[in-house]
Design a protein around this ligand. Sequence first.
Ligand code: ATP
Ligand code: LTN
Length: 322
Amino acid sequence: MRVFSGIQPSGPAHLGNYLGAFRQWVDVQSPDAFYCVVDLHALTLEIAPDVLRAQTTDLLATLMASGLDPEICTIFIQSQVPYHAQLSWLLECVATSGELSRMTAFKEKSQRQEGYRVGLLTYPVLMAADILLYETEEVPVGDDQRQHLELTRDVAEKFNHRFGETFRLPVGTQPKVAARVMDLQEPTRKMSKSISSPLGKLYMFDSPADIEKKIAKAVTDNDGEVRFDWIKKPGVSNLLEIYSSLSGETPQQVASRYTRYGELKSDLAELIIKTLAPLKQRRDELLESPEDLYRVAARGADKAAAVAGAVYRRAATAMGLT
Ligand code: ATP
Ligand code: LTN
């Protein structure tokens, strides 16, 4: 099964990235799986060049510390494989501005930037290129990416219809629990690297004291009942869902053990700290020799380019390029 997924180096990874994405990635890793740090996508945000580079390195280490093994799957950096940007241009000449301006992520992010830059609008086309270049069958992602996956399929279908069968149509897969970890301060919106407030997002490598503080301060409600109900109790339900994804129980089973928010919160903080501590240690070790990480990425880029190059040429030829 050909698998592709990506993460933006827009900041250190948070719990939503780990539970919604990385754990699935590890579960389905194989020689047919490609995982990419999508640095070209992160250019749509305002990030200083040295910060972008440092975050890219950090994410390589985070992915490997989370369990991705470069001996089993391919891990690489998007900008080191030029076909992503090249195919993106071809697809920009297929997708319409109507399709792109309907994207929820675009609407949210463009409101935050006055005079937003064009890359924010065309972002999903680059994502479509990422996926289609690898003849991807499955894209393990969090729930927030469903709409982008639909667009990828639409663009691929339109291309195939107009220029002949070129791309395979991918499907997105979400984890059964924690596909959408919510912001701890605003539990009706997703936890996000670039949008959530400092207390709203829990980084994978926050200190134990910060994890305790952020969970203790997580917004709940006033009725004092520990019950799983996304409509009436989004804050508590988010905590229960995070707990259940770490312990393997159902959220209802977890809820049945607690009568007080405080106890649920302190047990949850402990569980998060215990789960992430060994990953933090491994990530710190990996960051001690960045040259090794760059070697992994360079080898990954070579393997990726061999696959992506053939698909790019097929698409370019189909469109009439010489
Ligand atoms: P940004 O805020 O910069 O858009 P992000 O936090 O949304 O960043 P991405 O790099 O865009 O994270 O996403 C990497 C992966 O993590 C994607 O598969 C995405 O679906 C998943 N993911 C992101 N946020 C969450 C979340 N809150 N819950 C579950 N999965 C998530
Ligand atoms: N758009 C995604 C990141 C991303 C991606 C991809 C995910 C870029 N290219 C290809 C899966 C496959 C996001 O914002 N989370």
